[in-house]
Design a protein around this ligand. Structure first.
Ligand code: C2E
Ligand code: MG
Ligand code: MG
Ligand code: MG
Length: 275
């Protein structure tokens, strides 16, 4: 009876919050089974150069749930991170990305393609992360230059020495490191100089408003200049229109990814983009 509740009482039953918790529990139960039941699959989104030629793709995980249908990664990756299930899931992504790269290496028209995978912070923090990558590359006989790891800025500030050691080992192997969602995270830029990063990925929130909002356009310009002044490759994500592409290309952005060039799709669909 709320009426009788004094003004110092706390209302701790929040139905919306409870629903969220129940749903997360359901998701984490489902996630445990998803690997065994083969419910994950990868989609590949094209990355193109200034001429529009396909240079690579980003692998994006999909979960096809038997009752809930297709669940977006933004919904289940955080749950997987919380529960630790991101470790076996991340391993699955790496393995399947390597399988795909192995297939591409046998096709003359696809030999040159790179494949980026998203790495979560918990995955990167594992002490044997580099060994796992090495083992997978060896098993599938992959040219390490073809594999790119997408990290986010927030992962770089945690245990800097550990991060730098791992990055150096990875780049010695020949693996490329890309900074995803660049511009949305921590503003300290000193790590760009200290870490062997090869690519900056301009966050799609800046690209989205490029032709409508001067601040967004200026931010894109600044990221491209910053990247190039450090000899980094710059890729824009979330490019949806010709106007956005033309603006970025004119500013010398190196690579592009977004619905304008292709939505995430099957590997077969991706290869149709190569003439
Ligand atoms: P992200 O790595 O920044 O990936 C880009 C997201 O933007 C993808 O969403 C992609 O489908 C979407 N996108 C691409 N082009 C456009 C565009 O032109 N317009 C719009 N509006 N969106 C575009 P998706 O596949 O839903 O993935 C969301 C996030 O989930 C990813 O963001 C990434 O952080 C995470 N994620 C996806 N796959 C994996 C994975 O295998 N492992 C981990 N750890 N995280 C993943
Ligand atoms: Mg690339
Ligand atoms: Mg990404
Ligand atoms: Mg991103």
């Amino acid at each position: 009876q709320a009426k009788n509740a004094g003004k110092n009482t706390v209302c701790f039953f929040d139905p919306a919050l409870q629903e969220q918790i129940d749903h997360n529990l359901e998701l984490s139960r489902g996630l445990r089974l998803a690997l065994d039941y083969n419910q994950f699959f990868l989609e590949f989104q094209p990355q193109v150069d200034r001429k529009g030629a396909l240079v690579g793709a980003e692998a994006l995980i999909r979960w096809s749930h038997p009752e809930l249908g297709l669940i977006p990664p933004n919904r289940f990756i955080p749950v997987a991170e919380e529960t630790g299930l991101i470790i076996p899931i991340g391993d699955w992504v790496l393995r399947n990305a390597c399988k795909q790269l192995q297939i591409w290496q046998t096709l003359s028209k696809a030999k040159h393609l790179t494949l980026s995978i998203n790495v979560s912070s918990r995955q990167f923090a594992q002490s044997n992360f580099v060994e796992q990558i090495k083992a997978c590359l060896n098993q599938y006989k992959i040219d390490p230059k073809r594999l790119e790891l997408e990290l986010t800025e927030s992962m770089l500030v945690k245990d800097q020495n550990d991060v730098i050691t791992k990055m150096l080992e990875l780049s010695e192997l020949g693996i490329q490191i890309s900074l995803d969602d660049f511009g949305t995270g921590y503003s300290s830029l000193t790590y760009l100089k200290r870490m062997p990063i090869r690519q900056l990925k301009i966050d799609q929130s800046f690209v989205k408003d490029i032709n409508m909002d001067l601040d967004s356009a200026n931010l894109c310009d600044a990221i491209i200049s910053l990247g190039h002044s450090l000899s980094l490759e710059v890729i824009a994500e979330g490019v949806e229109t010709l106007d956005q592409f033309e603006y970025l290309a004119q500013r010398n952005c190196d690579l592009f990814q977004g619905y304008y060039f292709g939505k995430p799709s099957s590997a077969d669909q991706l290869l149709k983009l190569i003439s």
